[in-house]
Design a protein around this ligand. Structure first.
Ligand SMILES: *Cc1c(COP(=O)(O)O)cnc(C)c1O
Length: 417
């Protein structure tokens, strides 16, 4: 008898003993790397069935691979989704998640403080007739006036990177649903450790798993999770109309058998393996990462002339929402304003432990000057909307000892004058 109670399993236990772990081949404790291009069949009949999705099985690794499937099932279980589909990068996940449901003439409402790459992608989508209306904050009050009959999607980040706006998932999903529109969220910075957006009403969740999910900074990848909860009106969503017979599963099935398969942005089995390994320590890492971020934010806000942005700080407008939605945790990113661009550069150049690198969600603490790097293609207005000023430094905390990180930053700020 199986005495395990899946429903009662807590987050860290689920990371190691969840239902999807039992699906690994050979009773392996971690999924073996199926580093292979194609799979052979005993008969042409069997091959036909797998090719036409009438029987389970693997044929070709762009379309399905056991190691990639193991990663997908792990993420799907943690998010409480219907299906997860892994992609070659976070950006390809975002692009495919949109192309799977949008058609020329459609409009998206999104926050102006999005990840820089996503804003650039929206610019590319204009060439395909997909328009985007940017609002400063994705709140029901700011979004509602922009909804019209062309609006087909509301898109937001759960914690904006690097603006650190916190999305009220429940409030925005309620507005979206009452207007017949799905809510798609990029939950990269929150991770399922802070919140599982599908449970609060989001319809589709995206992660750049290159960040916290992988955790070791060793593989680029992304994942799309569909809750299959949205009731598609197929007259309004022509991109999905060929799949209308699947009802709420139409989005997943089109993505799996059409958009994702044909665009070819599949994840490599090796990277899927690295992600499954990293994922097992997500809870432990996030606990330390969040605690380090909160301690650093507190310490830096004591320094004269330093303005700190972190959702849990007492004066932060998102404090109450973050406390409630994320169970008292604020994530692993903070930003501060050094006073001037020159001073920001001097601070960065003085750091002894904190690494100057452009990613987030590593075990190492990372720092960057976003205005001269990640937001170099954005004008000042866009930069400010994303919480990026000429003197802003973004910190992605790692798992080092908080005291060393605080000492490193304080020394650098003092030395910078
Ligand atoms: C990094 C990141 C992305 C893009 O992911 P890649 O894996 O680099 O393609 C998208 N959204 C957010 C919030 C990110 O931090």
């Amino acid at each position: 008898m199986d005495r395990r109670d899946e429903k009662k399993m807590r987050f860290n236990t689920k990371l190691l003993h969840g239902e999807s772990v039992k699906q690994y081949p050979y009773h392996a404790t971690i999924p073996p790397i199926s580093q292979v291009t194609a799979f052979q069949f005993d008969s042409a009949e069997e091959q036909e069935k797998v090719f036409t999705h009438r029987a389970p099985g693997y044929a070709y690794s762009r379309v399905g691979n056991p190691t990639v499937a193991a990663f997908e099932q792990r993420i799907n279980e943690l998010e409480g989704g219907n299906a997860a589909i892994a992609c070659s990068s976070g950006m390809s996940a975002i692009a495919l998640a949109m192309l799977n449901m949008l058609a020329s003439g459609d409009e998206v409402i999104a926050g102006s403080g999005l990840y820089g790459g996503t804003i650039d992608l929206f610019r590319d989508l204009r060439n395909f007739g997909i328009g985007v209306k940017f609002v400063r904050h994705v709140t029901p009050e700011e979004v509602e006036p922009f909804i019209n009959e062309r609006t087909k999607l509301i898109y937001a980040e759960v914690i904006g990177n690097p603006g650190l706006d916190v999305l009220d998932i429940r409030a925005v999903s309620e507005l979206a649903h009452c207007r017949g529109i799905p809510l798609m969220v990029d939950a990269t910075t929150a991770t399922p450790y802070l919140v599982q957006p599908l449970r609060l009403g989001a319809d589709i969740v995206i992660h750049s798993s290159s960040k916290y999910i992988n955790g070791g900074g060793n593989s680029i990848s992304g994942v799309i999770v569909d809750g299959a909860s949205f009731k598609w009106d197929f007259r309004r969503y022509p991109a999905l109309s060929d799949f209308s017979r699947y009802g709420p599963l139409a989005y997943t099935i089109r993505l799996r058998t059409d958009t994702w398969e044909n665009m070819g942005c599949c994840l490599s089995p090796f990277h899927a393996f690295m992600n499954v390994n990293g994922l097992e320590t997500l809870g432990l890492r996030m606990e330390r990462i969040c605690s380090n971020a909160e301690k650093i934010a507190g310490a830096l806000s004591e320094l004269p002339g330093i303005q700190v942005n972190y959702p849990l700080l007492p004066d932060n407008p998102y404090r109450e929402l973050a406390m409630k939605q994320f169970g008292g945790r604020g994530g692993g990113i903070l930003t501060f304003r050094a006073g001037s661009r020159e001073k920001a550069f001097r601070v960065l150049n003085h750091l002894k432990y904190i690494v100057k690198a452009s990613n987030i969600g590593d075990v190492r603490t990372l720092a960057i000057h976003p205005a001269s790097t990640l937001y170099i293609n954005s004008d000042e207005e866009r930069q400010h909307a994303a919480g990026v000023y000429e003197d802003t430094i973004r910190i992605s905390t790692g798992i080092e000892d908080a005291e060393d990180l605080i000492e490193d930053l304080t020394e650098a700020i003092v030395a910078a004058g």
